[in-house]
Structures are given as structure tokens and as C-alpha cells.
Design a protein around this ligand. Structure first.
Ligand SMILES: [Zn+2]
Length: 322
């Protein structure tokens, strides 16, 4: 809009009724919120901008679409924007994304967030997993010093699945078998004394030596002492992988023992489990297929990695601060 037309527009504002002013303000607020979200995304994606098809970095600017700059790859002519290939690609209503980020930070339910944003709850359900999908990729490099590892379990939930092979449970429900069975999903958490933490969904039933061999060696620095309970799977794993290992026999009532490297216990990792379970109660049952997303979200809260809607938006497209 040229300067003259803009001046004329500003003059006309004096003639608006209060209702029209409110309508205009709401339109402007929404417009600004959309531009702010787009600015955050484009600034975050700028350093890694490349063609999603051929990885080319020679790009032309190629107009704008949906509030975002569009680019064209010089080599293969593919057009794309800063969201192409991210979980937020083709998601609508950018003007509500930052407000939705604030709902996520408050751990709002799908229903409450939908009410606040004035959208359908199917939208906030879809957004939840799109926004959280990348969070689980934000992890420390490795654990060092003393690293505690322990499992915790959640009843398997096929919530939302269409091909249920058993009668549906009402709101979480109870397992039909006692103890740890294949109805329980195992979550392995490993945490060192600096608070660096990893989590893995290992599958249904008790954790096995093979699963420990798959998950733990890549995250344990060479001089790490692994501390666990007396579960035989850990002992077999440590022996096989040549990992220094100390265990505590909780069944005999011992909670802490001493070791040349420090106190041996699994209290930090168990406190992490406890915070996870308490927080998860906000959500009225979580589908197992999305469990990694919730673990990623809990991890981000616990490690204070995401503290504003803007950092959450950046994390949603896989850009994390170091
Ligand atoms: Zn290309």
C-alpha cells in the first residue's frame, strides 16, 4: 500500500464505531501474530535453508505464500519454504501458533486449548503431535560420571486405534494380568548426576539385555559407572558390553551404598519417573504410539529447554538452542 492510501486509511479510522474498532483490532492482532510466527520460523530455519529435494543451497526468492517467503532451487527448480519437510508443513492458522505454544507450555488439555483458541478439538489434537514430534530429537550428547538407569511402566494404550485386538478399556483402566506383562509398555530412563537424561520406549514387557545393548552403549561415555537395581538384564548387559556397573539390591531394603566414585542409588532416575507419571495424569490416558512425544515434551520441561512459545515453535521445526 502506498503512503497516500495508508494516510487515507488512518483518517477513516476516526469514523469507525467502537464495534468496528474492535473488529479491526482483532484483525490486526491476528495479522501481527501470524507475521511474528513466520518471522520466528524463518529466522530459525535460515542457517539450514537448502533444497529438500537435492540439498542445493543456491536459491532464488520466488514470491510469498501463506505468510512465508518461497524459494526456488537453482539446480532442480523445486520450490519450498522454511516449513517444507518439517512437522508444521501445510498446517494452517499460523496466527494461533504462538498462542497454542503457550497452551502447550501450560500442559493444557486438548479441549481447553481448543476452547481458548476458538478452534475444533481435532485441530488441537493434531497440532499437539505435530508441535511435539521434533522435541524428542533434542538430547544431550552422552551421560558421564555416575549414570542411573531404571525402567518404569505404563499400561499399553491403543487409544484412537481402529484395529483393536481386545475390548477397549475405559479411561486408562487396569491390566488383566498381575505384575509386569506384555500389557505394560516399558520406558527406560538413564540420568547422570548432572541431570542429563535419556529416555527410550523399549516395547511391551520387561526390559531385555538385547534392548539395553541397543540403547545404552551409544549414550554412555567411556568412563561412566552405570548404576541400576538388581534386575539381571542390567548385569548381563554390563558384562556383555564391558560397561562398569554397580547395582543396588532394593528388595533387601538397601537404598544407598557407597562406591569409590560416589553414592550408589537410583533415586534421581526414580524421581524423574515420578515427575513424569504425575504430569501425565493431566492427559487422561496417552496412546502408546505417541508416548515418545510425551517423553520428549516432559524432557524439555524437566531440562528447562523450552521456556517460551517462541522456543517451542523453533523446537517444533527441529531447531534447538545449544
Ligand atoms: Zn534442488
Amino acid at each position: 500500500m502506498d503512503a497516500c492510501t495508508f494516510d487515507a486509511l488512518l483518517h477513516q479510522i476516526g469514523d469507525l464505531s467502537s464495534g468496528q474498532c474492535a473488529g479491526l483490532l482483532s484483525k490486526l492482532t491476528s495479522r501481527i501474530a501470524k507475521a511474528t510466527a513466520a518471522d520466528i520460523i524463518e529466522a530459525a530455519a535460515a542457517s539450514r535453508l537448502r533444497c529438500p529435494r537435492c540439498q542445493g543451497t543456491q536459491l532464488y526468492r520466488h514470491g510469498e505464500a501463506n505468510g512465508l517467503q518461497r524459494f526456488q532451487c537453482r539446480a532442480c527448480r523445486r520450490t519450498f519454504n522454511s516449513l517444507t519437510g518439517t512437522p508444521l508443513a501445510r498446517l494452517r492458522l499460523k496466527e494461533k501458533w504462538l498462542e497454542y505454544g503457550a497452551c502447550l507450555l501450560d500442559s493444557d488439555t486438548v479441549r481447553n486449548a481448543a476452547k481458548q483458541l476458538g478452534v475444533n478439538k481435532n485441530t488441537t489434537m493434531r497440532w499437539r503431535h505435530r508441535f511435539l514430534n521434533s522435541t524428542k530429537a533434542d538430547r544431550p550428547r552422552s551421560l558421564s560420571g555416575i549414570a542411573e538407569a531404571d525402567e518404569t511402566f505404563l499400561l499399553e494404550s491403543k487409544k484412537g486405534a481402529r484395529d483393536l485386538d481386545r475390548p477397549a478399556r475405559k479411561r486408562g483402566g487396569h491390566a488383566s494380568k498381575r505384575g509386569i506383562s506384555d500389557e505394560q509398555v516399558c520406558i527406560l530412563v538413564a540420568r547422570d548426576r548432572n541431570g542429563s537424561t535419556f529416555d527410550f520406549v523399549t516395547g511391551c514387557g520387561p526390559v531385555t539385555k538385547a534392548q539395553l545393548l541397543e540403547h545404552l552403549p551409544p549414550i554412555l561415555a567411556a568412563d561412566t559407572l552405570l548404576v541400576t537395581d538388581a534386575n539381571a538384564a542390567y548385569r548381563a548387559f554390563a558384562k556383555h558390553a564391558g560397561v562398569s556397573h554397580a547395582f543396588i539390591n532394593l528388595r533387601s531394603g538397601i537404598r544407598v551404598t557407597q562406591h569409590p566414585k560416589g553414592a550408589i542409588h537410583v533415586q534421581n532416575v526414580n524421581a524423574y519417573h515420578s515427575r513424569f507419571h504425575t504430569w501425565l495424569r493431566c492427559f487422561n490416558g496417552v496412546a502408546t504410539r505417541y508416548l515418545a512425544n510425551y517423553l520428549g515434551w516432559r524432557w524439555a520441561i524437566d531440562q528447562q529447554r523450552i521456556h517460551s512459545p517462541a522456543t517451542l515453535l523453533r523446537a517444533a521445526i527441529g531447531v534447538f538452542h545449544s
